[in-house]
Write a new protein. Structure first.
Length: 508
C-alpha cells in the first residue's frame, strides 16, 4: 500500500554513511531504508519578478531551507541554477480569431502500446501569435529593472529555452518571435504563454503582452518569473541515481541539474525503481545508452556532469536509429515485466508482435514479385521498372515505395489479410526494411560498446598509481569513479591512450 504525508522535509537521518529517514518541519521523524530527493526548484529557491525577489519553490509555495547545508556537511558539492516560466492568463480574455490555430493530430496516437489506453477522439487546439518591434520596445523599457541584466541573477539558465528578454537581446536582428498559446487542460480557462518566459517587472510584462495580436484585453492569473535554486552536480551519483556518499539516498530531477518535465519524470521513475530494488537487496536496474533515451540521460549526467540545465535531445544519443518510438515496446516491455511492472498480457502482446513482424519480414525477403505486378506502381511513382522477377524486399526498400504500393500486389494483401497482421506490425516491417543498413550498423557499434561495458573497474580503483595516465585523466577518473571501461571512455578529457592504459592494467 502507498501512503502519502504532506509536509516540508527539513532534515535527514543518518547512521554513518547510510540514510535512515527524514524529519519534517514539525519534528515528525519518518524512518526509511531509502529516501529519494526530488526537490525540483525548491532548494533555497529565490523567485525574481523585476526588482522584487523573495523565497519560494514556485509561485505560492515556500522554498526548502536547510537541506543544502545539511548535504554539504556530508561532503556533497552543490551549485546554483536558474529557470523561468511565462505568465498564466485567462483564456476568456484572448481573441483567438487574430491568431493562427494549431490543431492537434488528424489521427491522434497513443504514447502507450497498452490495450488499456485508447487514443483521444478530440483535442483542444493551441494557437500561434507573434511579438513585434513595438512589443520588443516595451520589453526593453524594463531592462534596467530586469534581474537578468542588473546582476540580481548570477546563476546559469537553460540555453535552449531562453526568456523573451534574453531572445530580443541576443537576437536583436529579429523583429518578431513566435508565441505558442497553450490551454492548460480541458477543465480550466488557464493558458500557458509558451515563448514568453520572463522575469521583467509585472507592469512591463502586462503592457508588452497587451501589444501582442489577440492579447489586447489579456487578464493575468499570475506573472512570469525567474527562479534560482540549488542543485548537486550529478557526477556524485551512480547509474542507479543513488548517491556515492550516502547509501540508500537517491536524487532525481532538477536537483541533478536537469530541466524539463520529461527529464524529471524519467529520473523519478528510475530512482523509484532502484530505491525499491535497493530496499529488497537486489541489483540495480540500469538502462544502457543503446536501450533507451533514459540510459543516455543518466549516463550523460553521472559521467559528464552538467554546468547548465540539462535537456535531453535526440542528438545526444549516438544510437538514435535504435531508440525509435515504434520499437519502444520491443526494447523495454520485457525489462518492465521482469521488474513486475508490465503484466503477462502486455508481454505476450509484444512476443506476438515480434513473431508476426519476423513472419511478414520473411515473406518480403523470400517472395518474388514479377514485372507485371510491380511495374504499374513503379511507373506511377517514377521509379525504374524491373525487367525480371526480383525479391519483394528489394522493391520495398526503394525510398519512394511504401506500404500503400506493396498492398496493391494481390499476394501481399492476401498474405496480410490471411494472417491478420496489425498496422503496427506492417509499419514495423516497413521501417526494418527501409533502414536495415543503418540499423545493422548501429547494432554493431552498440555491441562494441557493450563489450567495453563488460570490462568492470574495481571500486575505489587507485588511478594515481598509474604513471602513464595523464594528470587530467587521474583527476577526472578519481572524481567520477566509473564502473566500466565504457563509461570511462565517455568522460570528457579521457583520450584513447588513457583507455589503453586502463585495459592493460586490468589485464585486457
Amino acid at each position: 500500500m502507498l501512503d502519502f504525508y504532506q509536509e516540508m522535509v527539513t532534515d535527514l537521518l543518518f547512521d554513518g554513511d547510510t540514510i535512515t529517514g527524514v524529519v519534517t518541519s514539525t519534528g515528525v521523524k519518518v524512518h526509511a531504508k531509502t529516501v529519494v530527493l526530488t526537490n525540483g526548484t525548491f532548494l533555497n529557491g529565490l523567485i525574481h519578478i523585476g526588482e522584487q525577489n523573495f523565497g519560494g519553490g514556485r509561485a505560492g509555495e515556500s522554498a526548502a531551507i536547510g537541506l543544502t547545508a545539511l548535504l554539504q556537511s556530508k561532503g556533497f558539492e552543490s551549485g546554483r541554477m536558474k529557470t523561468g516560466t511565462p505568465p498564466r492568463v485567462d483564456g476568456r480574455s484572448l481573441d483567438f480569431s487574430k491568431m493562427e490555430e494549431q490543431p492537434g493530430d488528424e489521427n491522434p496516437d497513443k504514447f502507450s502500446y497498452s490495450a488499456s489506453t485508447t487514443p483521444l477522439t478530440k483535442q483542444r487546439p493551441c494557437h500561434i501569435t507573434h511579438t513585434s518591434e513595438e512589443v520588443h520596445d516595451t520589453l526593453r523599457s524594463g531592462f534596467d529593472r530586469s534581474p537578468m541584466f542588473n546582476g540580481a541573477i548570477k546563476s546559469t539558465g537553460p540555453r535552449y529555452c531562453p526568456s523573451i528578454e534574453d531572445k530580443i537581446n541576443r537576437f536583436a536582428d529579429k523583429n518578431r518571435h513566435q508565441i505558442f498559446v497553450e490551454p492548460e487542460g480541458w477543465n480550466t480557462i488557464e493558458y500557458y504563454i509558451n515563448g514568453f518566459s520572463t522575469s521583467l517587472p509585472q507592469d512591463v510584462q502586462f503592457e508588452a503582452l497587451r501589444k501582442v495580436k489577440g492579447f489586447e484585453s489579456v487578464k493575468f492569473f499570475r506573472p512570469g518569473y525567474a527562479i534560482e535554486y540549488d542543485y548537486f552536480p550529478p557526477v556524485q551519483l551512480t547509474h542507479s541515481l543513488q548517491t556515492k556518499l550516502i547509501k540508500g539516498l537517491f536524487f532525481a530531477g532538477q536537483i541533478n541539474g536537469t530541466t524539463g518535465y520529461e527529464e524529471a519524470a524519467a529520473q523519478g521513475m528510475m530512482a523509484g525503481i532502484n530505491a525499491h530494488l535497493y530496499h529488497k537487496g537486489q541489483a540495480p536496474f540500469i538502462l544502457q545508452r543503446n536501450e533507451a533515451y533514459i540510459g543516455v540521460l543518466i549516463d550523460d549526467l553521472i559521467t559528464k556532469g552538467t554546468e547548465e540545465p540539462y535537456r535531453m535531445f535526440t542528438s545526444r544519443a549516438e544510437y538514435r536509429t535504435l531508440l525509435r518510438q515504434d520499437n519502444a515496446d520491443l526494447r523495454l516491455t520485457e525489462r518492465s515485466f521482469n521488474l513486475g511492472l508490465a503484466n503477462q498480457d502486455r508481454l505476450e502482446a509484444v512476443h506476438n508482435k515480434i513473431k508476426d513482424t519476423a513472419q511478414l519480414l520473411n515473406f518480403y525477403q523470400t517472395t518474388s514479385i514479377t514485372p507485371q505486378e510491380a511495374n504499374p506502381f513503379l511507373n506511377e511513382k517514377n521509379s525504374a521498372p524491373i525487367k525480371q522477377s526480383d525479391k519483394m524486399v528489394k522493391i520495398y526498400s526503394r525510398p519512394n515505395i511504401g506500404q500503400a504500393e506493396m498492398l496493391q500486389v494481390e499476394k501481399v494483401s492476401s498474405f496480410i489479410t490471411a494472417h491478420n497482421f496489425s498496422q503496427e506490425v506492417q509499419e514495423q516491417v516497413e521501417i526494418q526494411i527501409k533502414y536495415a543498413g543503418y540499423i545493422e550498423k548501429e547494432k554493431q557499434n552498440a555491441d562494441k560498446l557493450n563489450r567495453l561495458e563488460a570490462v568492470k573497474i574495481p571500486d575505489n580503483f587507485d588511478y594515481h598509481s598509474l604513471a602513464s595516465l595523464s594528470h587530467e585523466a587521474k583527476e577526472k577518473l578519481s572524481t567520477i569513479q566509473p564502473k566500466t571501461i565504457s563509461q570511462a571512455s565517455r568522460i570528457s578529457g579521457i583520450n584513447p591512450s588513457d583507455i589503453s592504459v586502463l585495459l592493460v592494467k586490468l589485464g585486457r
